[in-house]
Design a binder for this molecule. Structure first.
Ligand SMILES: NC(=O)C1=CN([C@@H]2O[C@H](COP(=O)(O)OP(=O)(O)OC[C@H]3O[C@@H](n4cnc5c(N)ncnc54)[C@H](OP(=O)(O)O)[C@@H]3O)[C@@H](O)[C@H]2O)C=CC1
Ligand SMILES: CC(C)(CO)C(=O)C(=O)O
Length: 344
């Protein structure tokens, strides 16, 4: 086996190309398992990664291997899983068949079901959870832009995987409580669907109190469900999860000050679910709001907002016209968009 073992990226899209590009720009060998259209895009233009702080780097061509053939993962010492949640089962089968059994497998996905699924399909392997707090926009022509701030967090292990993977401009931190961190991220990700339905960039959305109040109500519903399960979510932002619904309800000027001090958001940042709707792809709604309604069903709780938002996203997926561009009022009052009334 090769002494300079690459870092495998299993399913390179926005997150995989950004993370892989940053690693390759710092001299790490990176093997990107990607779709042919993306391979062609990168072969034509190279892989360029940029950030909200104005930095821009080109991945070193000689550090990058690109293929749609999963045997590209054969030598990898670490495999970063960066597919959408619906594809985790399939990518796990490919990892099982092609990656070495000693490779650490790290999920950099949203949601809380990917790590258990990977462990189930990859018995005996070292599977670690991870959390990406920032947004990446695929700009086309091989360019991937990190449009919000925050550091990746992965589960702590004995061999210092987090420190080993960190490179300048891409710090990867270790945590002893990755489950809490992933649940905390899920609570924040409940806004992915709102942003997708709004058809406006995240910064613009968060600047409007009507959107923030809806996000706060959605978050409060999610937190109630998660707490009923006995889970203590760890916030992916400097602000504790429990405070967030209250802070989101602050007047615009106060909230704007607070947001400006805690994170950076580029004007073009939008949620990955918005991108899914625009590209006519299946969204991750079942792995986000769907987790909350599943808990609510089990625990006999109400989760009307989550159910309404699921119905609206399903309608947008079925319509295949991209984001419907709804207002917070239209989302609260499902009749305006002629969706079925939520169950319960
Ligand atoms: N985008 C973002 O800003 C953020 C995303 N996340 C999370 O990260 C995860 C990845 O998201 P994102 O990067 O946006 O997703 P993308 O859809 O951009 O990337 C996943 C890529 O993997 C490809 N793929 C799937 N299966 C295979 C396969 N067998 N072989 C080769 N390629 C494959 C997909 O192709 P195809 O579409 O053709 O199937 C797609 O191009 C998600 O869980 C998301 O929620 C977390 C934080 C921020
Ligand atoms: C926007 C962000 C970074 C946080 O909700 C995200 O996780 C996504 O786009 O999927």
């Amino acid at each position: 086996m090769n002494a300079d073992r690459p870092i495998g990226i299993a399913g390179a899209g926005s997150i995989g190309c950004f993370v892989g590009g940053m690693l390759a720009a710092s001299g790490r060998r990176v093997a990107l398992l990607a779709r042919p259209r993306l391979i062609q895009e990168i072969a034509r233009n190279g892989l360029r990664v940029s950030s909200f702080d104005g930095s821009e780097r080109m991945a070193a061509v000689d550090r990058l291997i690109l293929s749609d053939d999963p045997s590209i993962l054969r030598d990898a010492q670490t495999v970063l899983v960066t597919v959408k949640s619906a594809d985790t089962g399939e990518i796990a089968e490919l990892i099982a068949r092609h990656a070495s059994t000693d490779a650490a497998v790290i999920s950099l996905q949203n949601g809380v079901g990917n790590v258990p699924l990977l462990r189930d399909r990859l018995p005996g392997r070292n599977v670690l959870g991870g959390m990406v707090p920032f947004n990446v926009v695929a700009l086309g022509d091989g360019r991937f832009h990190r449009s919000t701030s925050g550091d990746i967090v992965i589960a702590q292990d004995d061999v210092g995987t987090a420190a080993r993977l960190s490179v300048p401009g891409l710090a990867i931190k270790a945590t002893a409580n990755i489950d809490g961190v992933q649940w905390g991220k899920l609570i924040v990700n409940l806004n992915n669907a709102l942003n997708a339905l709004s058809n406006i960039p995240l910064r613009q959305q968060l600047a409007q109190r009507g959107w923030r109040q809806l996000f706060a109500d959605q978050m409060a519903e999610g937190l109630a469900a998660v707490r009923a399960e006995g889970i203590a979510p760890v916030s992916p932002t400097p602000l504790p999860s429990n405070w967030m619904p209250h802070l989101l309800r602050l007047p615009d000027a106060l909230f704007g000050m607070l947001l400006g001090r805690t994170m950076k958001i580029d004007p073009e940042a939008r949620s990955s679910m918005w991108e899914d709707l625009q590209r006519r792809r299946r969204t991750e709604i079942d792995y986000l709001q769907g987790v909350i309604t599943a808990i609510a069903d089990r625990r006999g709780l109400e989760a009307p907002l989550s159910r309404r938002i699921i119905a609206l996203i399903r309608k947008a997926e079925a319509d295949g016209k991209g984001s419907p561009g709804l207002t917070p009022e239209q989302i609260r009052d499902g009749s305006a968009t002629s969706i079925e009334q939520p169950r319960r």
